[in-house]
Design a protein around this ligand. Structure first.
Ligand code: DQA
Length: 140
């Protein structure tokens, strides 16, 4: 099984960005851990990060033919990007939404995600472990 993890805007700054909220691990630290965990379960995981909405839409579209599942943390785009929502609706592979922080206990504008109802599952507030929990959804 091949999975893709997409991370959106500002997640390239993990480790230095608001560490009290998002933790001290860099995105690469988190991904290395996920890659190892997935390998131990015979799952191949690849990762893509972009600060640009259109690039994320392109990658979601491409993922349908290349992967059996998609794990996505669209960052702030989760709260307003209808183009990311539409891209997710357009593909047939299962998509799991991940947020490191608990977006429901933060500012009001973070309480709503425009992609949740077109995703198969949502993992919220488990910090970097959220990505491994999302991979767990694909482990049969
Ligand atoms: C986030 C939550 C979003 O509200 C925020 O804009 C992010 C990160 C999270 O992983 O907790 O960039 O998606």
């Amino acid at each position: 099984m091949n999975l893709l993890i997409i991370n959106g805007p500002n997640l390239n700054l993990l480790g230095q960005r608001e560490p009290k909220i998002y933790g001290k691990e860099t995105l690469q630290d988190i991904l290395d851990d996920v890659f190892l965990y997935s390998k131990n379960h015979n799952i191949n995981v690849e990762a893509f990060q972009s600060n640009h909405e259109g690039e994320i839409v392109d990658m979601i579209q491409k993922s349908n033919d290349l992967y059996q599942g998609l794990i996505i943390n669209p960052g702030a785009l989760s709260h307003y990007s209808i183009s990311i929502r539409d891209a997710i609706s357009s593909i047939s592979i299962p998509v799991v939404e991940v947020h490191l922080s608990n977006v429901f206990t933060r500012e009001k504008f973070r309480n709503h995600s425009v992609i949740s109802d077109v995703c198969s599952k949502m993992v919220v507030g488990f910090g970097s472990n959220g990505y491994k929990l999302a991979v767990g959804y694909f482990i049969s």
